[in-house]
Unconditional design. Structure first.
Ligand SMILES: Cc1ncc(COP(=O)(O)O)c(C=O)c1O
Length: 395
């Protein structure tokens, strides 16, 4: 009856069942994993939503890449980053997830392979499955900071003749590392030399935790066909409005046919609503205010985490940007990441994400840095106390 590609394990995980059970019992749970910006007490000014109520929005113009004024607003946003874009290279979609799906349809045939960073965002597996692609992870290495392991990427590419594209995420979720200039150049060179496309997901670009500017592939001439992804869900903390974009760059001889084909794919779905497209110039103009609020929260939460784990057996991994922090807990015989997540739920009423969800081995937990600061402060104190109780009780 059903496709092989949709034969996913859909049962709730033991941790999800335990959380549901604790909720039913009325346990006073503190959820440290909420990354939905509309559910963590962040408020946009009400005028922002007024931009969506224009009566002229009733007119429908089915344009595959989106309304010209909306695409111009995206170009204007990048001008603010010092990047001059041709509006013709910008394609709107309802989300970056959808943008990935369209790019995979553009670039790969069933059985081809997609190179993705590991650890990274779990959605990529499903996107690859839906396009009948093999997902080939390449390593991000940690030596006090996270880096693309270029040696591993080369080895994976050598072993994957059907590779069609390399995905890079900057800053990556959950490791929070941007791409260095050297990594951008190396990825570009590798992709160009092997005639692969590069997909660079920059959805968290606007959220560095320091004030260092970070560049992407659009800031400079590139040899590979490159698609840069961004969207309102993170950049303006508006996931409910469903608008994202793909920017094609690289050699014109590749960009032009890519855009011609992408236009057919986008035209097949026409998935972006008119009101959000018409409001986009005002939504993007308002975005810096919420970005500044979020960046303050990210920094405050990181400082709280750093203070709380100092001198304990828990390590806070360094974060350059994005909305996630990783904690490394002691790896004990019966306590790996899943074990700790269960233990913290049962002993401290805490919800934390085990690192295996992102392909991390060991005893890592992922926490959302969007968590309201008061809740995070209480939660991390409970977490540290629970870990210390376990360590004090001995083997
Ligand atoms: C790295 C990364 N890319 C893309 C997305 C999806 O964004 P969108 O809401 O635009 O589909 C997420 C969502 O968490 C993400 O973490």
């Amino acid at each position: 009856m059903f496709s092989r590609r949709s034969a996913w394990v859909t049962e709730a995980s033991p941790l999800a069942l335990a959380i549901a059970d604790a909720r039913r019992r009325g346990a006073p749970l503190l959820d440290l994993t909420i990354a939905n910006p509309s559910a963590v007490g962040l408020r946009h000014p009400p005028e922002l939503y007024a931009a969506l109520g224009d009566p002229d929005d009733a007119a429908y113009e089915p344009l595959a890449f989106g309304l010209p004024a909306a695409r111009e607003a995206v170009a204007n946003h990048y001008r603010g980053r010092g990047v001059a874009l041709d509006v013709a290279s910008i394609c709107l979609s309802a989300s970056t997830s959808e943008a990935y799906a369209h790019l995979l349809a553009l670039l790969a045939d069933p059985g081809d392979a997609l190179l993705v960073p590991s650890p990274s965002y779990p959605l990529l597996r499903y996107l690859a499955d839906l396009a009948d692609l093999e997902l080939v992870p390449y390593r991000l290495a940690f030596d006090g900071a996270w880096h693309v392991d270029l040696g591993d990427l080369r080895a994976q590419l050598d072993a994957t003749p059907r590779a069609r594209a390399i995905v890079a995420i900057a800053p990556n979720n959950p490791t929070g590392n941007y791409l260095s200039d050297h990594e951008i150049a190396a990825l570009d060179e590798l992709a160009a030399a092997r005639r692969l496309a590069l997909i660079v997901d920059e959805v968290f670009h606007e959220f560095p935790v320091d004030d260092r500017p970070h560049r992407g592939p659009l800031e400079g001439p590139r040899g590979a066909l490159t698609f840069t992804l961004g969207g309102l869900s993170k950049l303006a903390a508006l996931p409910q409005l469903k608008l994202a974009w793909t920017i094609a760059s690289g050699p014109p001889a590749l960009v032009h046919p890519a855009l011609e084909r992408l236009e057919v794919i986008a035209d097949t779905f026409l998935s972006v609503g008119t009101p959000v497209q018409r409001a986009l110039p005002r939504l993007l103009a308002a975005a810096p205010a919420i970005q500044a609020t979020i960046r303050r929260r990210l920094r405050a939460n990181l400082a709280t985490l750093a203070r709380a784990v100092e001198g304990t057996a828990i390590t806070l991994l360094p974060v350059e940007g994005g909305w996630t922090a990783l904690l490394r807990l002691p790896l004990l015989a019966d306590l790996d990441d899943r074990g700790w997540a269960h233990h913290l739920l049962e002993s401290a009423d805490l919800i934390c994400q085990p690192g295996y969800l992102y392909d991390l081995d060991g005893a890592y937990l992922a926490l959302s840095l969007l968590t309201p600061p008061e809740a995070l402060a209480v939660g991390i104190d409970r977490l540290v106390a629970a870990v210390e109780r376990v360590l004090a009780s001995g083997p």
